[in-house]
Design a protein around this ligand. Structure first.
Ligand code: FAS
Ligand code: PHB
Length: 390
């Protein structure tokens, strides 16, 4: 088989890029080692920046997102028993975020791809990018015991943090930057109404908590937990009790509890690989960078990477110019690093660190005090939270 672009990974990065390319007549194929059901069973992000919303519309997959997504004009920071609302809409001249689960977004993109006849190969084993330093790259994979080869012009590594693309780059050609945080997030999904009409990020002496949602009847909650925590040690009852302890009283009393149908622990790290382009191979989304979910940036960075790469490929196939693909890595990394900074800053400000010093604790309190009494500080948070310009 031969296509213009071979995409490794059928997560948001791969599906969004694949659909934009297909709509522009640039044939592509998507390969994923997982099954569709496994991909759709993963519970991840929930907050979309306007850039992602626009790209979903451009991909022709935005109808359900607009019908079911919840526009949010603000978030609340809770500490010292009180809420402090950050007016995202007012502080950014009318920008907002849309609450819509990554699972739903992925489903919409998969349906759109199927409807438009796009080729996706699931449960593809040993997917391997080859010869991307030259002008004739190709990808091999195994399925049903047969080894297949896909010749292409470019390979888009949309295969997440653990995928083969970044690992296929020669060690001397890539630099990585990493910070691992000394805690994780224990998250639950439950079909109960959210405690608040907007998200609540709580900093409490017992640890961080986040009150989010997927709809007006489905809530998503997280609490900070030690890295060695075992999910089997957390009954629903224990989770609800701990969550309520970390919230201001008026929220704690308002929490509607119920059986969780998803419960998982995710580690937190900041990670960036540089550059994001190696000849005819591009790293996109989590394949190139990871952020702690505190800033709700992970999925949204995948969107801006896709935007930059799609623009570059359109230029290449349009008038043969390589300017866009040559600029991809620098353009993407410029926005990535600002989102990495913001996600690190939100994480440092909202979590309790096991080894923190008295001085560092006072700095955290001063940060929160400044943020909730200065419109300049609140504006800085707001413009990053709604998403910096592409
Ligand atoms: P993905 O990881 O989504 O997709 C990569 C795809 O590549 C997968 O389908 C995988 O099966 C495939 N793949 C991997 N190895 C392969 C191989 N060898 N061969 C073929 N295919 C292979 N972001 C937020 O903004 N907010 C959140 O709350 C949030 N929570 C998260 C919780 C968890 C547990 C995780 C892991 C991430 C979370 N994220 C969150 C970040 C997440 O949303 C990512 O940013 C988003 O999934 C990025 O999309 P992709 O780049 O497509 O990578
Ligand atoms: C979520 O709803 O999953 C979510 C929302 C905001 C975050 C992280 C996760 O910062």
């Amino acid at each position: 088989m031969r296509v213009k672009v071979a995409i490794i990974g059928s997560g948001p990065s791969g599906l969004l890029l694949g659909q934009l390319l297909a709509n522009a007549g640039i044939e592509n194929v998507i390969l994923d080692r997982a099954s569709k059901d496994h991909i759709l069973g993963r519970v991840r992000a929930g907050v979309l920046e306007e850039g992602m919303v626009h790209l979903m519309d451009e991909a022709g997959a935005g109808a359900r997102m607009h019908a079911e997504g919840l526009p949010h004009d603000g978030i609340s920071l809770a500490f010292d028993g009180r809420d402090h609302r950050i007016d995202l809409y007012g502080l950014t001249g009318g920008k907002r975020v849309l609450i819509y689960g990554q699972t739903e977004l992925t489903h919409d993109l998969m349906n759109r791809r199927e409807a438009s006849g796009g080729i996706s190969v699931y449960e593809a084993e040993n997917v391997t990018p080859h010869h991307f330093a030259g002008k004739s790259p190709y990808v091999t994979y195994e399925k049903d015991g047969i080894t297949h080869r896909i010749d292409c012009d470019f390979i888009a590594g949309c295969d997440g943090f653990h995928g083969p693309s970044r690992k296929s780059v020669p060690e001397g050609a890539i630099r990585t930057f990493e910070k691992v945080y000394p805690f994780g997030w224990l998250g639950v999904l439950a079909d109960v109404p959210p405690v608040n009409h907007e998200l609540v990020y709580a900093n409490h002496p017992r640890g961080f908590a986040l009150c989010s949602m997927r709809s007006n009847t489905r809530s998503r909650y997280y609490i900070q937990c030690p890295l060695d925590e075992k999910i089997e040690d957390w009954s629903d009852e224990r989770f609800w009790d701990e969550l309520r302890r970390r919230l201001p009283e008026h929220h704690a009393e308002a929490v509607t509890t119920g059986p969780s149908f998803e419960k998982s622990i995710a580690p937190l790290r900041s990670f960036v690989a540089e550059p994001l382009r190696f000849g005819r191979l591009f790293l996109v989304g989590d394949a190139g960078h990871i952020v702690p979910p505190t800033g709700a940036k992970g999925l949204n960075l995948a969107a801006s990477d896709v935007h930059y790469l799609f623009e570059g490929l359109m230029e290449y196939y349009g008038d043969g110019s390589t300017a866009g693909i040559d600029a991809y890595s620098a353009r993407a990394l410029s926005r990535v690093w600002k989102a990495v900074r913001f996600s690190w800053w939100m994480t440092m400000m909202m979590h309790r660190f096991p080894e923190t010093s008295d001085f560092d604790q006072k700095i955290q309190e001063a940060e929160l005090d400044y943020l909730t009494h200065s419109s300049a500080a609140a504006t800085a948070l707001a413009e990053n939270y709604v998403g910096l310009a592409y």
